[in-house]
Design a protein around this ligand. Sequence first.
Ligand code: NIG
Ligand code: FE
Length: 411
Amino acid sequence: MILTNATIATMVAPYTDSSFGLIDNASIVVIDEKIKWVGKTSALPDSWSSSEQILDCQGNLITPGLIDCHTHLVYAGNRAREFELRLEGASYEEIANSGGGIVSTVTATRNASGEDLLQQSMPRLKQLMSEGVTTVEIKSGYGLDTENEIKMLRVAQELADKTGVRISKTFLGAHALPAEFKNDADGYIRTVCEEMLPRAYHEGLVDAVDGFTESIAFNVEQMERVFEIAQSYHLPIKLHAEQLSDLGGAKMAAQRGALSVDHLEYLNPLDVDKLGNGKTVAVMLPGAFYVLRETQLPPIAALREKGIPMAIASDCNPGSSPVTSLLLSMNMACTLFGMTPSEALGGVTIQAARALGLEKVIGSIEPDKQADLVIWDTDHPATLSYHIGLNPCAAIMIGGKWQKCLPWDHP
Ligand code: NIG
Ligand code: FE
C-alpha cells in the first residue's frame, strides 16, 4: 500500500529543533506490517508507483501512531468523592493516609471480576485510540496481591487481543501498601519479591517492573529489593519518582539502567545529570500535575540542557489523573511545563517508545519499523498540541492494518 500526497512528521531525530522530521509532498510505502520506504513522492522508486493500493492523503498530516507510555488504565470504580474532598482542601497524601486514595481503588478492583474490569476499562482504551493512540502501557498495582495483580495483567492482555492496540504490561506490585500489611512494608515487599512478581513473570504477563517511591508508598531501599528480582529475570525497570517529594528514587533507578523515571516534579535540577546514562527517559505526567494542582514544576530546562529524553503520558488513573486524552496531555506539557510542540509530539512517539524499550520497533516513520500510523485532518503537527478538545484524528493503522471500532469511518 502507498500513502501518498501527505505531509509526514517522521519524528526521526533530530526533531527537537521544531522540525518534527517533517517531509512535505511525501509518500509512505507499507508492505505487510512494516514501513518499507518513506520520502518525497518525487523520489518514489518506479517499482512501487504503479501499486494497486494507493491512498491520496490530500495533503493531510501523517505521524507515527501515538504511544501512551504510562497508564493505570485497568481499574474498577472511580474516585469522584476524593476529587470533591481535594476541592474542599484535603491533600492527596492526607486522603491516602486516611485509607482513601490508591487503596480505595484496590478494594474496588479486588471486588471486580476480570470481565467487569474489562468492561470498565475498554471505554478508556477506546477513547485513547480515538485520538490516534496505537500503543498503551498498562500497569497493575490496584490488586496488591498475587491473584488480583495477575487478574489486572490478564485484563490488559485481553484489551490488546480485543482491540489490536499494542499493550505493554507493567507489574506495579510496589504501588501502595495493602491494608493487610499495615505497618509491615518490609513484609509486603518480601511477598512482592518472593511470590507476586515471580508468579506474574512465569505466567508471561510482565514486560517491565515499576514501583512508587514516596512517603505514602515505599522507600528507595525497599524498591531496590524489587528491582533486584526484576533484573535477575532480565526485566526492564521503571519508577514513579519524585512526584511529591525528593527521595532520590530517580537517581537510583537511572543508575540501574531504568527505561524511565516518571513524574519528577521534585527532582532537584542539580541531580538531573545523574539521569544521563544515555538510556533512561524522563516521563512527564502533566495530567497528574494539573489534577493535584501541583505548583512545583519538573526541571524541564535542566533535562533539556542535559539532553535527557523526555516523554509525555496521560497517567490515566482514577486518582491523580482521570485523563483519557493524550492530545490534552501534550497541550498541558506545552502550556504548563513549557515543552515545545515538537518535543511534545516526540514525547508521545519516539521518546515514549524508548520509555517502553520499543524504539527499534515503533515510534517513528522509517523503513523497517512497524506501520503504526495516524492520518490527521490537519496540515501541521504543531496543531496537535495547540487545540484543546478538537480531535483531528482521521484514521489509524496498526502493524499495517487499518483499525475499526472507532467513531469514524476508516479509509
Ligand atoms: O502515577 N503515583 C502513584 N500512582 C499514580 C496514582 C494512582 C492513584 O492515585 O490511583 C500516579 O499518579
Ligand atoms: Fe502513575
